[in-house]
Design a protein around this ligand. Sequence first.
Ligand code: BGC
Length: 769
Amino acid sequence: MNTYKPLLFALLLFSSLAEAQQQKGIPQLGKSSVKEVIGAMTLQEKAQLVVGATELKKVSSAEDETTIGFTENKVPGAAGIMAAIPRLGIPALIVSDGPAGVRINPVRKGDKNKTYYATAFPVGTSLASTWDTKLVEEVGRAFGNEVKEYGIDILLAPGMNIHRNPLNGRNFEYYSEDPLISGKIAGAIVRGIQSNGVGTSIKHFSGNNQEANRNGVNVIVSERALRELYLKGFKIAIDESEPWTVMSSYNKLNGVFTAESKDLLSVILRDEWKYKGFVMSDWGGGRDRPGMIGAGNDLIMPGRPGQSDMIVEAVEKGTLDTKTLDNSVERILNIIIKSPTFNRYAYSDKPDLKAHAELDRRAGAEGMVLLKNERQALPFGTKVRNVAVFGNTSFKTVAGGMGSGDVNKAYMISVIKGISNAGYTPDADLKRDYLRYFSKDSAAQMAAGAKWPKAASEMRLTDSVIAKKALDCDIALLTIGRNSGETADRNLETNYHLTAAEIEQVNKIATAFRARGKRLVIVLNIAGVVDMKSWKESADAILLAWQPGQEAGNSVADILSGKVNPSGKLATTFPINYTDVPSAKNFPGTPVEKPLNVTYQEGIYVGYRYHDTFKVPVNYEFGYGLSYTDFAVTSFKLSKPSANGSFEVTCEVKNTGKVPGKEVLQVYVSAPVKTIDKPAAELKAFEKSKLLAPGESQKIKFAIKGSELASFYTDRSEWITDAGSYEVRLGFSSRNIQKRGDFVLNNSTLVEKTHKVLVPAAEIKEFKP
Ligand code: BGC
């Protein structure tokens, strides 16, 4: 029998059981206070509640206990389920991945007439590239509606680790190299999702910036880099949106698994940040189960037989304090009473997938970054009719990355489909050739015994085919695609770099089309930063489409056609060489085969903080992105700062070009260097304008608090806003500064005194400018 079918019956049974229990004088959650319920719980029941009750379908590898979990319970395919204690009126909550859409089984056994597809929204990197918190919140509202209507209580998202290195296989799930963008975008999506009355789990707290030996690697990082980069985004997201839960990460931080780190989960998260929700482990994260509860990791997921017994035993032996266990139980119960399951929400299993797909299309386009546009290659407008569509991923377009961040969507709009939908004519011969190639390739793989054929290698085209297409078609459109996902980082040679065959193809297409006065437009359908040095010059236009969700092709076509004017900006730097990445020498750590330690030698100098401070040229800088129109800052006023450094910037941005468009105003601040070094400048605020008609202006006001200018002084464990002179830069990117102003602070301000915790075992020889 399927457990989800008699849901109504189960609910009725549950409520009549609850009433009967209450009549017997047994406290019931929601009717009695949480404290009374805890008072009535046996030790065994408490231990049961802090361990997940997931019936794991997929058994983990014995070695690291990790699994991308999924349950066959109420919502088949959801990543996990919590324990129920019916005697006390405590129901089991359902938790589900993931950051780009609800990840559940799309079809269910014995339920042939219904499907349970979810919307594949743009991946995290794509959402962050919108620099539009209002839009991201709107996506969150739609996303949270799917969570709720599919019977889920807590979404295991957003992922918000820092893009420390482009090779991290899960960067697509994450937002940025910058903690302000990460925190603001995460805050926006959490607000949107949770406005539905469901929860989120911001993850992976913290330092999970690689997949190589993610379950064992020890991240060695300075207190300052930790505070200023790797914790800061989480703090911002918590302050902005009060996520119901936080997910601890797999890795160790300075010698201790984050899931067992009292310093991280109790001292910093609870004492310093006043976080009120509960912490759950990542699936199989941490080792010492009672130690995890002791540290403040309230819920052990996905939960295994015997883990509750370990908790009981630890309390009985006195190695785990009852009060500590009670605190975890209390935090969990406080969330359970807010949940849809507890409140008996009658979910429909019918979210409005059509409306959400339209939102994906819009948000996907808003997150696309126009990197290059020469010789008026874009937009196509009406000057293009026949398009020579090249590249495997023009046909097999990637919606989002692999692993728990993947989504079971009802359909996928490829790039070729998108441009046909937009009224252009893709070359029919090429289309036929690609489709034949794919079917031959998968037939060959199946004949060789493959159950699930892998993506075909890039189809090679002969010179004569390319030459013919340069004659027949108005323009060449080539999609370059990349994918990656959980458990593995990207390969430098073939995933970060284009293969020799790919580069050759780019060059051949460019030469043939240019010879006929025609253009080559390249669409990047990628999960993370790729090399561009080797091929960039061959492209007339480059559209960075990221992985924009299931409507990918339509979003791409909206930009290519000119229906939508691109307004995305890079939230992560595109370096010239991989070796220009500050963490290149320390990724993924040592030994390379299975790193036990990774030292963050670059310290606070990640992304633009490094490139701008050490004056290293880049391919495309942080904050960069072109438009089909032009903008100017027509007024700029910097207020006099308050004594502690709070100030305002009032400015006006004007569309000085010919078509409507949006611009992102970015405020960077350069702080005075006293006894510690500082980045050349840091992003302190940003805002995307509304759609401005040609000639139209918009006034934008930024209020920046003095505390936001503070740096972390390790020797004193203090956040301090230094006295001295500050430069405020207003720009369209980190290197395209439009206006500058400055002010002097006469006195320094102690913003916060923190605890001396998470100290690396030995001093790290960090980069110094
Ligand atoms: C991932 C998490 C995910 C969990 C449940 C883990 O492998 O790291 O991000 O939420 O699985 O599927």
